[in-house]
Ligand binder design. Structure first.
Ligand SMILES: [Zn+2]
Length: 154
């Protein structure tokens, strides 16, 4: 359980570049690698099914994304939302960027957070307090989302 024992350092120095690369998708909780994007479960989730969608190219500059990357990012986000909806039936989603360290970005590689929400889950803290039970759940959730995404045109 890498979460409990401490994560291995990212091979490339950026865990999103690792996820976008060819390394083991299961260990990295990758649920989809598309031509221009990678989608993976957040190891420190705000809620069950919390994924991050990133361009495969390392950049922290939203304005510097190409039009193709922007479209691909939004399309991958829509696919993730469809897959999470199919697998987990949330009541809604929060979707957004944290741009810059002051805004909570933990890595200098752009990514969108997709956070499924259920009625009554308004406080993140009970979810975070329960995080120690999540490693197996994360792998099961990743597998289910990977299967749901594989069923969509990518
Ligand atoms: Zn990166």
């Amino acid at each position: 359980m890498s979460y409990v024992t401490g994560d291995e350092p990212a091979a490339s120095g950026c865990f999103l570049c690792d996820a976008a690369g060819e390394a083991d998708p299961e260990r990295l909780l990758v649920v989809e690698r598309a031509e221009r994007t990678v989608t993976l479960l957040n190891r420190f989730p705000y809620s069950s099914g919390h994924v991050m969608v990133a361009p495969r190219r390392h950049s922290d500059d939203l304005a510097g994304l190409s039009a193709e990357e922007g479209v691909a990012l939004l399309a991958a986000t829509a696919r993730a939302i469809s897959a999470i909806s199919e697998v987990m039936q949330p009541g809604g989603f929060n979707v957004g960027f944290n741009l810059g360290r002051a805004a909570g970005a933990s890595v200098d590689h752009l990514h969108l957070h997709v956070v499924p929400r259920w009625g009554g889950d308004t406080n993140f803290m009970p979810v975070l307090a329960d995080v120690k039970v999540l490693p197996e759940h994360l792998e099961v959730t990743a597998r289910r989302l990977r299967e749901a995404l594989a069923g969509q045109a990518g």
